[in-house]
Design a protein around this ligand. Sequence first.
Ligand code: SF4
Length: 161
Amino acid sequence: MGTIADYTGGLILESIRKALHYFDSSEGVLTHDEKGQRLHKNINEFEPLVLSFDQAGEYIREAKSLAIGERVCRVLHPEAGSTESVFLNELAVAMVANGHAKIASIEEAEECLRKSTGHPLISSKVSGEYLEICRSYPPDCVYWRAEKRGLHCLQRKDHAL
Ligand code: SF4
């Protein structure tokens, strides 16, 4: 599972980079591919959920701390369109402390997610809790890229366990 330290220490970015490189350097469905299966297992540990705006708002209103920052993977594709993420609780505090996000109010966090409406909202579990809500960028998103290669990982919140 990804941890807060992985986000602040850069390991998460390295994992995304490696996953995207594998998608770029391989072809077809990866469900029976050994490396694809390992990748699938790693991705599923984040238990990614596709959220509606209202569901994201519930997470935001219940959070003890909030921060806004550029989506983590954009640094790998600086030419791609910009979207932002909202970080919650301990991840918010940690991302602000290392300069990757700025503290936000409930209204600012909701406003941030209201932008870029063509980009699905995805929440990832970090250190055992849903602490990141990203306005995902499907062409570069490890989850959407995995889905396209047959590695099902995204659930709708309503259907989650
Ligand atoms: S676009 Fe996808 S891979 Fe990139 S930070 Fe958002 S959820 Fe993670």
